[in-house]
Design a protein around this ligand. Structure first.
Ligand SMILES: [Zn+2]
Length: 106
């Protein structure tokens, strides 16, 4: 899948979100908990997640975990490597995968 370039990635720990601004002006907003569940490593089986809905106003209160020490780094042009509070960083969230999890139609 051909996806527009990600222009800006930011983590908002207060709102428990990760935001990606794409070159085509689409903005993806992922609740951190849902993103963790979609972890691409073999252990987490996150591949079964096929969609992540944008968080609503009350989402933050329904989230099971609270993440306060999340680190995100770009893994070259491939995607994002996310390291969670518990030290887990099981794989690379590919750009096309992230885009697929929350496409512009939403
Ligand atoms: Zn994992």
């Amino acid at each position: 899948m051909n996806v527009p370039a990600p222009e800006r990635v930011s983590i908002d720990v207060k709102m428990q979100r990760l935001n990606i601004e794409w070159a085509d002006d689409h903005v993806s907003t992922f609740p951190l908990d849902a993103l963790r569940q979609a972890c691409p490593c073999a252990e987490c089986k996150g591949k079964s997640v096929d969609h992540i809905t944008k968080p609503g106003f009350l989402h933050i209160f329904r989230q099971k975990n609270r993440w306060s020490d999340v680190k995100v780094e770009k893994a070259g042009s491939v995607g994002l490597r996310i390291t969670w509070d518990d030290g887990h960083s099981g794989g690379i969230y590919r750009w096309d995968r992230l885009r697929e999890l929350q496409p512009p139609e939403e």
